[in-house]
Design a protein around this ligand. Structure first.
Ligand code: ZN
Length: 159
């Protein structure tokens, strides 16, 4: 319908969050709500599938400094490399770059604030937000929920 199309394209926010989300499933990894509840802990579900935010300073991954990769806790797709992790002082695991094609951005206007939400490109799980006050070389700060990530140490790195 014309009016619906116009409505979708008139607003970037709605085009990104409403219309696209209601389209045919496009993720490589898809599960029903019940299946996600089975696979995830309640806390993980609240973040990954319900776009929640964990309490700051609550994630053990804040203190994770080994070489390795951080994967989406929902589907185990690698999203960040440990070499891009930095101490942001925010209480959330922070990275200055996501791995190519691993995450997707979406305008998030919740709480009356415009932010850019970051989700897993493979399963659509909410991971966190990205801000433009990060360090060189990108100037970006991927502010992630640690509970939405799983750390995999690099092979042979644990000496
Ligand atoms: Zn995922």
């Amino acid at each position: 319908m014309t009016s619906r199309r116009q409505f979708c394209f008139a607003s970037t926010a709605f085009a990104l969050s409403g219309c696209v989300a209601n389209a045919t499933p496009r993720y490589a990894v898809t599960h029903t709500v019940a299946e996600w509840h089975e696979r995830l802990t309640p806390a993980q579900y609240r973040i990954l599938r319900d776009a929640g935010t964990e309490a700051p300073w609550s994630s053990p991954l804040l203190a994770e400094h080994q070489p390795g990769r951080f994967a989406c806790a929902g589907c185990d797709t690698t999203a960040f490399d440990s070499s891009t992790k930095f101490e942001s002082g925010t209480g959330w695991p922070s990275f200055y770059r996501a791995l190519p094609g691993a995450v997707e951005e979406r305008l998030d206007t919740s709480f009356g604030v415009e932010r850019t939400a970051i989700s897993c490109a493979a399963c659509g799980g909410h991971l966190g937000h990205v801000f433009d006050d990060g360090p060189a070389p990108t100037g970006l700060r991927y502010c992630m929920n640690g509970i939405a990530l799983t750390f995999h140490p690099a092979e042979g790195s644990s000496s």
